[in-house]
Design a protein around this ligand. Structure first.
Ligand code: A3P
Length: 273
């Protein structure tokens, strides 16, 4: 992991409060998008100001450790990439988990890893190299399947809202309203508020304000809010890589029906290889 191990050890000791709101995801699965939606819902749809940074308002538990989280005002907004078993738990705490199909996740993670050269030293890395590491689970924050299956097992828990990136893409309004309801903010009757949340969480609005979501990236690298497309992996994967990831999916499902989560993606993958 790219963060200091001291912060991780401290993070694991954090005691979740009933009023906490966690957003959890494996890297590159749409975490920032959902963080922004939560932030907008709780804050009357007022977007981050030019000088504000999401990472300060909605910090990453494993990066900052427990003391920084304890210093936040309630309700604490907390981001994590930890699998369920390692995430600080309280039965009244609310957890929103975002899953994304492993194909698009791998491509997005590749660009992310290239784009932080000081952190990862992978600026000239190839997709072939990254893909091998991804399939082996040897990337930042560990194995995609360990993370997803640990949360999937809790997808029907009362205090867990399990979403997919693709479902948010398909119907942003529906996703926003279900997140609002889950957080106890049913604002479905307030059309102007809904409109404002949708506007400020749209891809175009978020990509105009890149510096609010991430530290700067070198000019020759893709932006943090990069493409936001479902199924774009097909332009990056070779048929052999597609076959390899399909095989890995069937080996690692562990009770998590990946194909039911992403039927179109799996149909596309079978055609591609
Ligand atoms: P791509 O690299 O495929 O474009 P995370 O926040 O977990 O790091 O996820 C980043 C991914 O979410 C990136 O995917 C990014 O473009 C996408 N994303 C962020 N905001 C989005 C939005 N408003 N609409 C669609 N996709 C978004």
């Amino acid at each position: 992991m790219g963060f200091p191990s001291k912060a991780l050890l401290s993070a694991l000791q954090y005691r979740a409060e009933p009023s906490d709101i966690f957003v959890s995801a494996y890297p590159k699965c749409g975490m920032t998008w959902v963080q922004n939606i939560v932030y907008l819902i709780l804050g009357d749809a007022i977007p981050l100001a030019a000088e504000q940074r999401m990472t300060e308002l909605f910090p990453h538990l494993e990066e900052v450790g427990k003391d920084s989280i304890n210093a936040l005002p309630a309700p604490r907004l907390i981001k994590t990439h930890l699998p369920f078993v390692m995430t600080p738990y309280h039965p009244k705490t609310r957890y929103i988990y975002v899953a994304r199909n492993p194909f698009d996740c791998a491509v997005s993670f590749f660009h992310h890893t290239r784009g932080f050269p000081k952190h990862y030293d992978f600026a000239d890395g190839t997709f072939e190299d990254f893909f091998e590491c991804f399939v082996a689970g040897e990337v930042d924050f560990g194995d995609y399947f360990d993370n997803l299956t640990s949360w999937y097992a809790h997808k029907d828990d009362q205090n867990v809202l399990f979403l997919t990136y693709e479902s948010i893409k398909l119907d942003l309004c529906r996703a926003v309203l279900s997140i609002g309801k889950f957080l106890g903010h049913d604002f479905s009757q307030n059309e102007s508020l809904v409109e404002m949340v949708l506007h400020h969480s749209s891809f175009s609005s978020m990509s105009e304000n890149q510096d609010r979501w991430s530290s700067p990236r070198p000019e020759n690298m893709p932006a943090f809010i990069r493409k936001g497309v479902v199924g774009d992996w097909v332009n990056q994967f070779s048929p052999e890589q597609t076959r390899c990831l399909l095989e890995k999916c069937s080996r690692r499902e562990q009770g998590c029906n990946l194909e039911a989560l992403w039927p179109d993606i799996f149909a596309m993958a079978r055609q591609h290889c």
